[in-house]
Design a protein around this ligand. Structure first.
Ligand code: UD1
Ligand code: CA
Length: 452
């Protein structure tokens, strides 16, 4: 990685009215992470050390979000939106600190690949003053066109300012630029607003640099890299592309996805080799899976840690704080929350385990419920190693079920059970021979009497 210092300026002052949302556009998530955070991540991956975030609409919310996804970013408020060059200049104080490279990106272009930024930085290192990342969209309408003369980039013309001839150009401005730090402010300060929109266009620095005989070059990135999000249909499209990239990455890293297009990852999902994921699985935020696990169909998990060779689902729900140790099993229609299921323990059918520990090799029968909540507070259930909890038991927390103990099926337990004990929490069965027949006869003759 280059030794050159670099500042990334991410423009995110826009309102994004077409999202029709109370949430600022760039905070809408892709794979659970705000789109502007994807941009920040790409900048970081391209070796950009410092980050300046230009905000405007929803500034408080933006600042709060930035504290999470980029705690070291400096935020700058652009009070009135007078164009992209004006927006970059909102970060003047950061730019004037003096960097070798300045990267400019848009907060609503979440799929940019770090490589495209790294290539642009490389051009700066080779002496260019301005590097424009271009792309070839299937339909160039609306994009700035790259005007080249004799193989050199001489200008970027915004759609509204283009002649009919220029509108035919397919090579467009993707929106990312790299500018030599030594020239950045000098170029930006020369930008005027004599154009169709009356805005200060960042793109004008191309012509300004050319007039100063500075070196201006265009690079080319993939269409996806430059996909800008303006509405929720485009948001879904970007999500789809992100998921496709991630699934491929997972498969190439040794994860089997039987029907990849039905498996959804979050930006932070970690999943080890030789894990098999069946169709229709949702990985929410904060899931870590070690190697050799099997995730059966229709499972949904968030904030769960899964050790080697565990088995989950089908139809399992793992909520935050779930910690499955080696070879643990959580089967169909089970929900686990804030609970550790230790090595080899089995929670196989129709069970809720919340605020609990299930000791190694314990067996939790079908329909068992940890009653962890009294409407006000949560309480803990501790189930010892090797315990056997009979089906349809309710364990009313706080409670300890001792090691090796045996709980009769259908129990409602409100008191702790010592190690190796047998506990019944239900009335004993009573059987009266012949009584069933006698009752039938009595009811039948009463019904006949009523009909007369
Ligand atoms: C811009 C480019 C165009 C390029 C296209 C790629 C300019 C003048 N045009 O056009 O060449 O093809 O992106 O998608 O740069 N913003 C601010 N403050 C402002 C204005 C904009 O923060 O005053 C932010 C917006 O929130 C947005 C980004 O800058 O994230 C781009 O602005 P937008 O108005 O969408 O530019 P385009 O017209 O799409
Ligand atoms: Ca745009």
């Amino acid at each position: 990685m280059s030794q050159r210092s670099c500042l990334s300026v991410i423009l995110a002052a826009g309102e994004g009215t077409r999202m029709k949302s109370a949430l600022p556009k760039v905070l809408h998530p892709i794979a659970g992470l705000p789109m502007v955070a994807h941009v920040a991540k790409a900048a970081e991956a391209a070796g950009s050390g410092d980050l300046a975030l230009v905000i405007g609409h929803g500034a408080d919310e933006m600042r709060k979000a930035a504290q999470k996804f980029a705690p070291n970013a400096e935020t700058f408020v652009q009070e009135t939106r007078l164009g992209t060059a004006h927006a970059v200049l909102a970060a003047r104080a950061a730019i004037s600190k003096g960097y070798d490279d300045i990267l400019v990106m848009f907060g609503d272009t979440p799929l940019i690949e770090p490589e495209a930024l790294a290539v642009a930085r490389q051009k700066l290192a080779e002496g260019a003053a301005v590097v424009v990342v271009g792309f070839r969209p299937p339909n160039p309408t609306g994009y700035g066109r790259l005007i080249e003369k004799g193989g050199r980039l001489v200008a970027i013309r915004e759609e509204k300012d283009c002649s009919d001839e220029e509108k035919k150009i397919c090579f467009c401005n993707a929106g990312m630029m790299a500018v030599a730090g030594r020239s950045a402010l000098e170029l930006l300060d020369k930008v005027g607003n004599a154009n169709a929109k009356g805005e200060f266009y960042l793109t004008d620095i191309v012509e300004i640099a050319g007039a100063k005989a500075l070196d201006v070059v265009a690079t080319e990135a993939s269409f996806e890299s430059a996909l800008g999000i303006n509405n929720r249909a485009e948001l879904a499209e970007a999500e789809g592309i992100w998921q496709a990239r991630r699934r491929r990455e997972a498969m190439l890293a040794g994860v089997t996805l039987i029907a990849p297009e039905t498996v959804y990852f979050s930006h932070d999902t970690e999943i080890g080799a030789d894990t098999v994921v069946e169709p229709n699985v949702w990985f929410g935020l904060g899931v870590k899976i070690s190697t050799g696990a099997t995730i059966h169909a229709f499972s949904h998990m968030t904030g769960a840690t899964i050790a080697e060779n565990c088995e989950v689902g089908p139809f399992a729900r793992l909520r935050p704080g779930t910690d499955l140790r080696k070879k643990a099993k959580v089967g169909n229609f089970c929900e686990v929350k804030q609970a550790t299921v230790e090595e080899g323990a089995k929670v196989n059918h129709l069970t809720y385990i919340g605020d609990a520990r299930v000791g190694a090799a314990a067996n939790i029968g079908a329909g068992t419920i940890t009653c962890n909540y009294d409407g006000y507070s949560k309480f803990f259930t501790d189930i010892g190693e090797g315990a056997f909890v009979g089906s349809n038991s309710s364990l009313v927390a706080p409670i300890t079920i001792g090691k090796g103990s045996y709980i009769a099926s259908g129990s409602v337990l409100t008191e702790s059970v010592p190690d190796d004990a047998l506990a019944f929490g239900r009335a004993r069965q009573k059987t009266i021979p012949g009584k069933g027949k006698e009752i039938r006869e009595r009811f039948a003759s009463a019904a006949a009497a009523r009909k007369k």
